[in-house]
Design a protein around this ligand. Structure first.
Ligand code: UD1
Length: 354
């Protein structure tokens, strides 16, 4: 059986690591990898393949950045040719990026079966491009691999229950594996932060936070006012938008570093006193690793993380300093995201539905 994975952006490489590993454990599976090229900087792409030991992509469409329509359109054109050549039994798409939507649309129009990994997540925020990508993908796909029971509920409410299977979360597979491998190692932090003392970790990259200069300035100011030092691993979009708006990211508590490799991120989050982010994946990683998280958004797709204040939504930047400094919750963290075997379950679901 031939599975063709379509990936393009950083969080998808993490999910792909789990799937590539699971596919390699099944003799009857041929696994092809198509990289759309949505993320292309070495720190945003190559290091993930190297560190997570993912086989090199069979095809790289090298699409690069652009407006949503231009980027998605270029991927669609590229995918048509790839799918025509390889005719997979399953096209597997991941998460909610423009690469996800392009892979899906191209395949379904060629009457090729599509499975959506991480199906059923909803923010119910129609300002997010990701919300459109995931809703459209779920409705077009043939098999919906849902990470949680909450995701299953969303799909059922949209009439998609029959195509749904709860597998657990594949990012959890990788996070737990990598966390064990970095146990005891000193985290790699930007200059000026003592890794043996208290520190916080932050990433900010959503358009809603980066593209309005006033909002971005307020977020950065609150982070700079923290008492403990904060490692800000800066996405290229954050760096570009801050530069355009004349905002200095470094200063006060904030120490800026480049985006880091996945094992370094996991190592840093594991030892951090607090996490600040607008990323979906990082909220969940903080939860899995037992570090309290403050999420700079009005809502989250990973609602389970909000239980017992492990994750807190902090849409108002002026409340960020206090939220990040709150005490670490003492409550247990139930295993909402599965047992670390979601990828194998997903690959087996494709084999059984071939
Ligand atoms: C994309 C996903 C988002 C995901 C994020 C993870 C969509 C709509 N969004 O957002 O869901 O959370 O990836 O990081 O698909 N850039 C570089 N080098 C790169 C990649 C991007 O410099 O390797 C810069 C470019 O200026 C680009 C900007 O970052 O325009 C945004 O990149 P893009 O891929 O459009 O979206 P992300 O913000 O990364």
């Amino acid at each position: 059986m031939k599975i063709l994975s379509v990936v393009g952006a950083r969080p998808q490489f993490v999910k792909l690591a789990a799937i590539a590993d699971a596919a390699a454990q099944r003799d009857d599976v041929e696994h092809l990898i198509v990289h759309t090229g949505q993320h292309y900087d070495a720190a945003m792409s190559d290091v993930f393949f190297a560190d997570l030991r993912i086989p090199a992509p069979d095809v790289n469409l090298a699409i690069g950045s652009g407006s949503h329509g231009r980027q998605t359109g270029a991927m669609l054109a590229g995918m048509d040719e790839v799918l025509e050549e390889h005719r997979p039994d399953w096209t597997l798409v991941y998460g909610d990026t423009n690469s996800t939507l392009a892979g899906t649309l191209s395949a379904v129009k060629m009457h090729l079966k599509v499975a959506h990994l991480e199906a059923g997540l909803r923010s119910f925020n129609r300002r997010m491009p990701e919300e459109h990508n995931r809703v459209l993908t779920d409705h077009a796909a043939d098999l919906l691999l849902a990470p949680t029971e909450v995701a299953r509920t969303h799909l059922a409410a949209e009439g998609l229950a029959e195509r749904t299977l709860v597998t657990g979360d594949v990012m959890t597979d990788v996070c737990l594996r990598v966390a064990a491998s970095v146990e005891g190692a000193e985290p790699a932090l930007p200059e000026g932060i003592d890794p043996t003392a208290e520190f916080a970790v932050a990433t900010i990259h959503r358009a809603d936070n980066t593209d309005d200069p006033e909002r971005l300035r307020a977020i950065i100011r609150s982070l700079q006012a923290l008492e403990m030092p904060l490692a800000l691993f800066a996405h290229p979009r954050l760096v570009a938008k801050a530069k355009d708006a004349g905002i200095e990211l470094s200063g006060g508590a904030v120490h800026v570093g480049a985006p880091v490799a996945y094992p370094d991120l996991v190592g840093a989050v594991k030892q951090a006193r607090a996490v600040v982010t607008d990323s979906g994946g990082l909220q969940k990683e903080a939860y899995l690793l037992g570090t309290p998280c403050s999420t700079v958004r009005t809502e989250t797709e990973w609602v389970e993380t909000l239980e017992d204040d492990w994750n807190r939504l902090v849409p108002d930047p002026s409340e960020l300093t206090a939220a990040v400094s709150r005490p670490r919750p003492t409550a247990d963290r139930p295993a909402h995201y599965g047992d670390g075997r979601a990828a194998l379950r997903s690959v087996d679901a494709l084999r059984e539905n071939d």
